[in-house]
Design a protein around this ligand. Structure first.
Ligand SMILES: [Zn+2]
Length: 486
């Protein structure tokens, strides 16, 4: 609460850097404000010294390809890495070495176990008018195997989950349910939240109505003949139906044929399922110089689906947070608070890494000042969102001002925080989102096209600049983003 009085009295206001080259300048009136009316939004002060550091960090980030080098190394040395696999174990070793090479301290692995799942066979065929032809299909994470020789049944199509939920059991029983819902493209990725429901909900809802299996139009915005991979929460909901996604083009064919008459589909899935597979979170730190017990938590995840290379999901996140922290580590003076990197071992198939971190660090949750995650590809940061207690909003505005030279817009006080830090958020840790432009993220997400070609170096550099800005200011302050103790 210390800096609050100053901010509320309007004594000290953010002074804009003179040296923010090539960046749009803020409206001049803002800098001069010295005694604003009470209704004007208050902005916490950033010291001139901190502002000089921010300028340096932004300039250095925009000139460096370190993040690209990190993700290129991960993709090249390790490649795709399903949670709990040998490849993910290699990714852990790679991460420990990478973090040590970048000069972080307290680099270590925090092991945990998870249920391992991998599809050894994932095939789907349309059977129509006596002909059988393959579709491009992917088994959904957690799907059980089909019986030997596959599972064949008539298909019943629903335009969306709502239609399936409303259907009588008699329309579904014994059939393969096909959810043909399209996903809409949006800068903030909002279409995903809607479209992904079918990935998690199809199997439990269809199973309750007596269905034989689930098929979904792939959750994505592209028109490539890819079936997007993805996990689902259906096991937790007691569902055991085989489930697959099919490419948009195959979904179109299936929908077309169904307008002409009955169509059967054969699904053939062989899944390897193993309890208690080994995984682990990789931790690294820059120890705070004055308040080392206070933690700014930066997260990304090491695991990936295995059709692509895990370059944008989430190699780029690993690279962005590591490169941003490295810039801060290179400063002549460490920030006051500890910066902690969490590279979660397992996110895709059930957020097991974030949950393990939450269990292991629950007792120090109160010491976590703020948490944030980079797990939305490599697109530029376009908006900064917070989830702060109301009295801390002047701090949110200070961050927004510091980020504005990077073209980042102020966002609402409704940040999500992201999956890998969700356990800490539930324990009361404030979160922020450096929201990335996701307009084309779901063209690549969970497909064979999740490769380095989906990364734009300049946008990756802008991410590092935004992360370095927020993380430095959060770690070098004594600001608190929680509600004041009653
Ligand atoms: Zn991810």
């Amino acid at each position: 609460m210390r800096n609050f009085g100053l901010a509320l009295l309007g004594v000290a206001f953010f002074a804009f850097p003179a040296s923010a080259q090539q960046q749009p300048q803020p409206t001049p009136g803002f800098v001069q404000a010295s005694n604003p009316p009470a209704t004007q939004p208050q902005v916490a002060p950033i010291t001139p010294g901190q502002q000089r550091v921010v300028d340096r960090l932004q300039t250095a980030a925009l000139e460096s390809d370190r993040a690209y080098d990190i993700v290129e190394d991960l993709v090249s040395q390790v490649g795709p890495r399903l949670a709990g696999s040998d490849a993910e174990a290699r990714a852990r070793e790679w991460a420990v070495a990478m973090l040590r090479a970048n000069g972080f301290t307290n680099v270590h692995v925090e092991p945990f176990t998870l249920p391992y799942w991998d599809a050894m066979r994932e095939e789907a065929h349309i059977i129509s008018r006596g002909l059988e032809r393959p579709m491009v299909a992917a088994a959904l994470g957690g799907s059980p195997s089909t019986p030997a020789g596959g599972l064949t049944a008539e298909v019943v199509r629903f335009p969306d989950m709502v239609a399936l939920e409303a259907a009588p059991d008699s329309a579904v029983a014994g059939r393969i349910v096909f959810i043909d819902e399209h996903m809409s493209r949006a800068q903030d990725g909002a279409g995903y939240g809607v479209a992904v429901r079918k990935r998690g909900r199809c199997a439990p809802v269809a199973q309750a109505k007596g269905a034989a299996a689930c098929l979904i139009r792939a959750v994505g915005t592209d028109t490539h003949r890819f079936a997007h991979q993805g996990g689902s929460s259906r096991q937790a909901q007691g569902a055991s139906l085989p489930a697959m996604s099919i490419s948009p083009a195959d979904a179109d064919v299936l929908a077309y044929l169904l307008t002409r008459g009955a169509v059967r589909v054969r699904l053939d899935i062989t899944a390897e399922i193993r309890e208690n597979a080994q995984s682990g979170n990789v931790i690294a730190e820059i120890r705070g110089r004055e308040r080392p017990q206070e933690i700014v938590l930066l997260a990304a995840h090491l695991d990936s689906w295995d059709m692509g290379q895990g370059a944008i999901d989430d190699g780029s996140g690993v690279a962005i947070i590591s490169a941003a922290a490295r810039l801060i580590r290179d400063l002549p003076r460490r920030p006051r608070r500890t910066i902690r990197i969490l590279l979660a071992g397992a996110e895709e198939n059930g957020v097991h890494g974030g949950a393990a971190y939450g269990r292991a660090h629950a007792t120090e949750a109160a010491n976590h000042v703020v948490a944030l995650e980079s797990d939305f590809g490599a697109g530029r940061v376009w908006r900064f969102d917070t989830q702060f207690a109301e009295p801390a909003l002047p701090y949110a505005r200070a961050f927004q001002r510091a980020l504005s030279p990077l073209g980042v817009l102020p966002g609402p006080n409704q940040a999500d925080g992201g999956a890998d830090v969700s356990a800490m958020k539930e324990l009361g840790v404030p979160v922020v989102d450096l929201s990335q432009d996701g307009t084309d993220y779901f063209d690549h997400h969970h497909t064979p096209d999740d490769t380095l070609y989906a990364i734009d170096r300049a946008e990756l550099r802008q991410n590092v600049a935004a992360w370095a800005t927020f993380v430095f200011l959060a770690a070098d302050s004594d600001w608190t983003f929680r509600a004041p103790a009653q």
